[in-house]
Design a protein around this ligand. Structure first.
Ligand code: EPU
Length: 421
């Protein structure tokens, strides 16, 4: 298993290009199952999750062709030859649960493995199932699989989600666009990934209003056409690399970065004393020799502070002047990076969903291990600001969500090396 060795070496300068968004790309790939014509995605990130989902889509009868050095993906499912998404893949990649709505919508039947728990929380799927039942599906849970059937097709209805769920909104949206009549979805996710899915479906002929607001209204259509669609920039990769100059000092320009994708992070970075400027090519982030100030953070659905940047922000707060409180409201178990940061000299107290971080200035390198994607990258960030060498183990998590991380960090002067063990 590979490890990444980071040696803190002071201020970093240069440019980092931001790739297409993982969580948008995966949802658009699932939606490609809804059309019998080719769907071509451009600005595709080169990530292992994209390859894993491709395998699942191929098992359902979709041909997947990568071109332009992995940046362009053409998905073509003239016919769905298999309606079962196997546990072996769904357990590796929770986003594959997003084939449920598209498969059910197109064929009237889907058998999709329950994803099971994961490192950051229980991650139930009750809201996905509630929404599909309201659209007329019969749902049964058998032997670890969701069996969903709607032999006569789905029918539009009104659905109010009791809490915001990105995945449940997206499964419901995909099913509703091909249901008979009008569907109103209330309290939906406003995440850019979900809005991008709505835009792609609209470009395929779906009739959707209100994407990006609390309520979406959908008028069902009989079928969807093919499309060529660009994946939006990855706001979590963007936010992660914005924290690089904040934690290590220096000035880094994030090529393709857009303020609207990371507004809540920018507010917090500016409050902490970090400068963020718009440039022609993206966003420029800089910090001089002053330490950052401690700021409090509460995670929330978009446009709030993303849970997927909480670990990275905690790494930054470990180096701040003063104490900060980070509250995680989306997932019940998303502080696994805290004990690893403590191994690097951080002072962190976790009580339930709240972590109090007392800034210590300089962290110290140590061997550390991470249990999920965002936790792993927070340890790399911490390593950039630490004295000595940090060895991050189990980096396969990183390859799921950050393409060429070592190259991107090396390009701004960081000492980051992958070792094969
Ligand atoms: N929830 C339920 N019931 C449901 C669905 C969700 O109780 O039926 C709960 C979850 O357990 C969680 C909360 O609702 O506590 C929010 O979950 P949500 O459904 O919004 O998350 P998701 O769709 O499973 C996506 C991203 C995550 C990101 C979250 C929140 C993808 C593939 N994943 O997950 O991304 O953290 O939204 O923004 O889009 C990552 O990229 O590292 C990652 C974990």
């Amino acid at each position: 298993m590979d490890s990444i060795v980071v040696t803190g070496n002071g201020p970093l300068h240069g440019q980092i290009p931001i790739a297409g968004a993982k969580n948008t790309c995966l949802k658009l790939m699932c939606a490609a199952l809804m059309s019998d014509a080719p769907v071509t995605l451009t600005n595709v990130p080169r990530l292992s999750d994209v390859l894993t989902l491709s395998q699942l889509l191929e098992s359902l009868g979709c041909t997947v062709t990568l071109s332009d050095e992995g940046r362009e993906l053409t998905l073509h499912a003239p016919e769905i030859t298999n309606r079962k998404a196997h546990y072996d893949i769904v357990r590796k990649l929770r986003a594959s649960f997003n084939v449920l709505g598209p498969l059910l919508g197109r064929t009237g039947e889907a058998i999709v493995s329950l994803p099971g728990g994961c490192a950051i929380g229980a991650r139930k799927v009750d809201l996905h199932l509630m929404a599909l039942e309201k659209l007329g599906a019969e749902i049964e849970l058998r032997e670890g699989y969701v069996h969903a059937r709607a032999p006569g097709g789905l029918t539009g209805t009104e659905i109010e989600f009791p809490m915001v769920s990105v995945g449940a909104t997206e499964n419901a949206l995909c099913a509703a666009v091909v249901a008979k009549g009008r569907t109103v979805l209330r309290n939906v996710a406003k995440e850019p990934d979900t809005v991008a899915l709505a835009h792609c479906l609209s470009a395929m002929g779906a009739k959707i209003e209100g994407a990006g607001t609390d309520t979406m209204e959908i008028e069902g259509v009989a079928s969807l056409s093919g499309v060529r669609h660009a994946v939006i920039p990855d706001r979590i990769e963007l936010g992660t690399y914005m924290i690089v100059p904040a934690i290590a000092g220096g000035e880094v320009e994030l090529l393709g970065g857009e303020r609207r994708l990371v507004g809540a992070l920018i507010d917090k970075l500016e409050e902490a004393g970090v400068t963020v400027e718009d440039t022609d090519a993206g966003l420029k982030v800089s910090r001089g020799s002053n330490r950052v100030r401690a700021v409090d953070v509460v995670t929330a659905p978009f446009p709030g502070f993303p849970t997927d940047l909480q670990a990275q922000m905690m790494a930054l707060m470990c180096t701040a002047e003063g104490s900060s409180v980070l509250e995680e409201t989306i997932f019940e178990n998303r502080f696994m990076h805290a004990p690893e940061l403590i191994r690097m000299g951080a002072e962190i107290d976790v009580h339930g969903g709240t972590a109090t971080v007392k800034g210590v200035g300089r962290l110290k390198g140590a061997p550390v291990m991470a249990t999920d994607l965002r936790a792993s990258v927070s340890l790399i960030l911490a390593g950039l600001a630490a004295e000595g060498e940090t060895v991050v183990n189990r980096v396969y998590h990183l390859d799921r969500g950050y393409e060429r991380l070592e190259d991107k960090l090396s390009a701004v002067g960081a000492k980051v090396e992958r070792i094969r063990t």
